[in-house]
Design a protein around this ligand. Sequence first.
Ligand SMILES: [Fe+2]
Ligand SMILES: [Fe+2]
Length: 279
Amino acid sequence: MFTTNTTASASSKPITPRDRSHDIADHLKSDWLGDNPFLTAFFNTLSITFPAGEKFFIDSVRHYRGDISDPKLSADIRGFCGQEGFHRREHQRYNEALAQARGYDLDKLERVMTRRLAWAQRKMSPLSNLAATVAIEHLTAVFAERLLDENSILNTAEPEMRELWRWHSAEEMEHKAVAFDVYLQVGGSEKQRRRAMRRVSLLITLELMKGICYMLKTDGHLYNFSVWRQGIKGLFGKQGLFTGTWAPYREFYTKGFHPWQQDTSHLLEAWESETKALS
Ligand SMILES: [Fe+2]
Ligand SMILES: [Fe+2]
């Protein structure tokens, strides 16, 4: 039993899973994000990685639940697993509808990622898998921050798609420190989490590129220069998805980093107000 009190969450609020379903099947037939085939393929590829990825995160965190004595962190673990469980279900539905709508081979798209994660669970230590989870949760939180921003690229998306991605982003923001706090409590080192970040950054980039190329090829856009130009602009241009993300990404490598150093609670509050106003 680990009892050190190293949890540094700025959020004392409980982590509440929100069981939402999204009626998106029709939108997946089109380039739902600003009529931009590259960006649509980018988000669709991300969605492909979620069901297996989120199962891996749940397993990695849950492995240590019996070692946590802090009641708040134990409750946060339950909230984390509940939220990731609902994300997993919604993205599985998303992916099946996407494959049907656009003729993608879902097994082919999922295969390498699923095998790689199964291999990690068999061959790597639980702490190494938790370190990978901590690193990916940080990437997700940095990305979620961009999606919840008032000038988000999602403002150009079909409303139901925007809602789904913002719901997922808001919950990622809410639970962004849970895996990290578990990692601290069970004695994970800074060196190991930095190494994990270098590894997962490379693997995720390759996985995304592979998925995007497959989708663009299937949709007949792979050799369309203007599709790539629009996509690169959407990622790195003035309002681009990755614009401004380098500094928060790099912070992960600093000594003593904790996810709540980047206080993003205002974004979550803004999303909650918007959701309430719409319901
Ligand atoms: Fe998630
Ligand atoms: Fe997450």
